[in-house]
Design a protein around this ligand. Structure first.
Ligand code: FAD
Ligand code: DLZ
Ligand code: SF4
Length: 511
């Protein structure tokens, strides 16, 4: 007997070779895709993020139809839209009476729980297929992690290099070193040639989505237009090719640099495309590897780039599933201050924070060091509630999906998991931002001033952070030097730091 399955494709599963479509046939199976309020409203997403996902979903549905599939596509404003994946599954099961349901496993706990909870009470079979776009299956990560006292990305990454064969010379790493990060920390100067990321013109389908977002999500954070993101695989491949040719050769050198007015530097801006499935992580890495073998990009750049994808990206996904749904509520440092309003408005005298928030509002994008060492470090050293910080990052970036955002925010950036993901908190004084950027040149605050009115807030707040978290952090090997510097300071100097920090904390909203 022929079985007729209904295949649910979620908004971050827009790959033609997604596992739920393997061995399925347009002659007997049908597809369901849906724009639902549960997904648009679980945080107040940036307008560009909603537009990107809806437009990419609608384009993908069209491509499937061109391949002969019957696609049942629920638009956000359809009268019968129930507002949730489960509601749409129920409605379509009633109408279409399929013999079974199939989907690639959802990427996050919330959705997985909802759909599997519904599936448990169904008489028809619901088949969850593993997501083969990731290199490390969840089970394999869990076995790797369970055997270890401490989890560190570097060892996991080496296993991924061996497993994929990327940049391997037999059993050894290409160039005989696994990691070239030491060569990757140059500040940038504004006379460097900065290629611009490719920008795509909105077609009719995207224009329609932009109008929808303008009407339905007008109060959400962020500027909707101009909208230049790729929304099809063909466009995403063009973005990938431009990155490999023009930016990759300099990616390593300037990976940590920040420059006013230069929002993208040599970063790839590929995370949204990889995360929703328009590009596959392995194909991106293979292209980068080829550029190295062809002599078009140096090893430090290519290794650094590949490490972000098969190392960090896979590692944070593993940590997310290994840690359970309660990971997002971690708060090892018991931080409880509310998120300052300037994270939304950009109205702050701190030039670095203003630059990153303004850019985030305009582009729904900031690069890793901006996220980690500016907005992330400020929230960490001022003791903002990590759950508030997590919800902010989940809302404002176009590439934000909980499985990748939460470990980066809760773990790497806020140290709220107590050091499960990373070995030290990314706390820093203004000196770091001054070294890696030009933000301090036009700041109201003086980066060289340590205490008193006008001192860069990062300076006293850094020491305040270390002092108030001493009990929890004193045994962290990577903070030993900082604590001994603090202990060597005179009582008077320490008290000046703490007084200035407390003064700043009292008036945090007007910093
Ligand atoms: P590039 O600098 O060009 O890097 C290449 C690719 O490597 C990226 O496209 C991405 O796929 C991958 N990558 C790099 N760093 C990481 C990382 N730490 N974790 C996972 N993948 C990585 N990334 C997201 O994709 N979604 C998020 O919601 C997200 N939230 C973050 C929150 C915080 C607090 C921090 C510190 C980092 C976060 N990151 C997140 C990681 C990183 O900042 C982004 O992946 C990167 O900035 C995306 O821009 P890009 O494509 O230009 O990256
Ligand atoms: C992020 C998002 C948004 C804003 N809207 C939708 C949607 O309407 N329909 C959909 O299928 N997916 C959407 N997504 C992406 C989902 O949240 C994502 O697929 C799940 O979180 C599973 O990881
Ligand atoms: Fe940021 Fe301090 Fe530099 Fe101002 S002086 S830009 S607050 S690091």
């Amino acid at each position: 007997m022929v079985t007729r399955r209904l295949i649910l494709i979620l908004g971050d599963q827009l790959s033609h070779n997604i596992s739920s479509l393997k061995d399925a046939s347009p002659d007997q199976d049908e597809i369901l895709m849906c724009e639902v309020r549960d997904e648009t409203d679980y945080v107040g997403h940036h307008k560009k993020k909603i537009a990107f996902i809806f437009s990419a979903m609608r384009h993908f549905a069209e491509e499937l139809r061109e391949k002969g599939w019957t696609v049942h596509y629920t638009r956000l404003t359809d009268d019968k839209n129930s507002g949730s994946f489960v509601g749409e599954l129920k409605r379509h099961v009633e109408n279409l009476k399929p013999d079974g349901i199939r989907l690639t496993e959802p990427a996050e706990w919330r959705v997985h729980k909802d759909i599997s909870g519904w599936a448990d009470n169904q008489s028809l079979p619901v088949d969850f297929c593993p997501d083969h776009r990731f290199i490390c299956p969840i089970d394999a990560f869990i076995s790797w992690a369970e055997d270890r006292k401490t989890l560190r990305m570097e060892y996991f990454y080496r296993d991924m290099r061996r497993k994929t064969g990327l940049l391997m010379d037999g059993d050894d790493p290409e160039g005989s070193k696994w990691n070239y990060d030491a060569e990757n920390r140059k500040p940038a100067s504004d006379d460097l040639f900065m290629p611009k990321p490719i920008r795509f013109r909105a077609d009719d389908l995207t224009d329609e989505v932009l109008d929808l977002v303008e009407t339905e999500f007008n109060d959400n954070f962020g500027e909707l237009r101009p909208f230049h993101f790729a929304v099809t695989r063909e466009e995403a491949l063009r973005a990938l090719n431009k990155f490999i040719k023009e930016m990759l050769p300099y990616f390593g050198d300037y990976q940590d640099a920040m420059l006013s007015g230069q929002k993208f530097l040599y970063h790839s801006i590929l995370s949204p495309y990889i995360n929703v499935g328009l590009l596959e992580p392995m194909e991106v890495c293979e292209k980068a590897q080829q550029a190295y073998y062809d002599g078009d990009a140096p090893l430090n750049a290519v290794e650094g780039f590949i490490r972000q994808i098969i190392g960090w990206r896979e590692y944070v996904r593993g940590i997310y599933w290994f840690s359970g749904p309660e990971y997002v509520d971690s708060n090892a440092l018991k931080a409880d201050r509310p998120l300052p309003w300037f994270y939304w408005s950009g109205e702050t005298k701190m030039a670095c924070v203003k630059a990153v928030v303004d850019q985030t509002r305009e582009e729904a994008y900031a690069h890793h060091i901006q996220r980690l060492m500016v907005t992330g470090t400020f929230a960490l050293i001022t003791g903002i509630d990590p759950h508030d910080v997590h919800e902010w990052y989940l809302a404002v970036y176009i590439d934000a999906f909980e499985w990748v955002e939460a470990p980066n925010t809760i773990g790497m950036s806020q140290f709220a998991d107590g050091g499960k993901l990373g070995s030290k908190p990314y706390a820093a004084s203004g000196a770091y931002i001054n070294r890696m950027s030009d933000y301090c040149e036009n700041c109201h605050y003086k980066v060289s001033q340590k205490t008193g009115e006008g001192a860069c807030p990062f300076n006293p707040l850094y020491w305040h952070f270390l002092d108030r978290n001493r009990e929890t952090l004193k045994d962290n090997g990577r903070l030993k030097r900082a604590y001994s510097t603090w202990d060597r300071m005179s009582q008077e100097k320490r008290s000046d730091y703490l007084k200035t920090a407390e003064h700043y904390l009292e008036q945090i909203e007007s910093l």
